[in-house]
Design a protein around this ligand. Structure first.
Ligand code: A5P
Length: 234
């Protein structure tokens, strides 16, 4: 099947990020369709012998399974203090701040832990993800404990959101790798204070984490046509 232009762009951005990987690095491995291309590129560099002694911490079971198939060694935070480089996709990337909305793939909590424990965090995305201000297209995913999630939803509404419980294809609540649920919070854009909103949501008992990532990304590689735009945090 022929690759769509969006997939071709994701692949270009992913490959540009994997080109930054050096032997001996401890990597954070994100989740999503762009990251699938990154894992393939990393697996290919390992298979060619261009890289050695790479260990990755996966942000989801899906990424762990794919990485294992490609021969990428995996570890966890029991053995790794700080990652050298985390690579991940995003649903929105704000120009200038590199604040992000993440989590439409459901792995937001682990993705945030990995990004927060990495010296560098490179975001890979196609140009449709770059926005002037967050909240342009994507809702803000909020991961919540299953216990009392209805109460959490009411507090999210009081905090100004329109939370919608995420369901899987069979109509059942989608359960994260951590056993939590996700509310996609709509009607929040444009988000002028991502840090403040994250703080307000995170303060609600039962919220495990939000998909608002601020002050974490150090660089974004945005594929636009044949060109890769490199954005650094202002
Ligand atoms: C996974 O939970 C998400 O944060 C993804 O990183 C994000 O949804 C981007 O995914 P795609 O690369 O599939 O667009």
């Amino acid at each position: 099947m022929e690759m769509t232009s969006a997939d071709a762009a994701k692949k270009r951005a992913a490959e540009a990020a994997i080109a930054q990987v050096e032997s001996g690095m401890r990597l954070g491995l994100g989740t999503g369709s762009t990251m699938r291309f990154a894992l393939e590129a990393l697996g290919a560099r390992l298979a060619m012998g261009e890289l050695r002694d790479i260990v990755g911490i996966p942000t989801s079971q899906q990424t762990a399974d794919h990485a294992c198939k490609l021969g990428i060694a995996l570890g966890d935070f029991a053995d790794i203090d700080m990652l050298d480089l985390a690579i991940d996709g995003a649903d929105e990337v704000e120009t200038g701040t590199l604040n992000l909305i993440k989590g439409l793939g459901g792995a937001l909590l682990r993705e945030k832990i990995v990004a927060a424990n990495s010296r560098r965090f490179v975001v890979v995305a196609d140009a449709s993800k770059q926005v002037v201000q967050l909240g342009a297209h994507a809702p803000v995913p909020v991961e919540v404990t299953a216990f009392g999630h209805q109460a959490v939803a009411r507090r999210l509404t009081q905090a100004g959101a329109r939370p919608v419980l995420r369901c899987d294809d069979s109509g059942q609540p989608a359960v994260t790798d951590g056993g939590n649920l996700i509310y996609d919070c709509h009607d929040l854009g444009p988000i002028t204070d991502a840090a403040g909103l994250d703080q307000r949501f995170s303060a609600i008992a039962g919220v495990a984490g939000t998909g608002l990532f601020h002050g974490l990304a150090t660089e974004a590689l945005i594929a636009d046509g044949d060109h890769i735009r490199i954005l650094r945090r202002a």
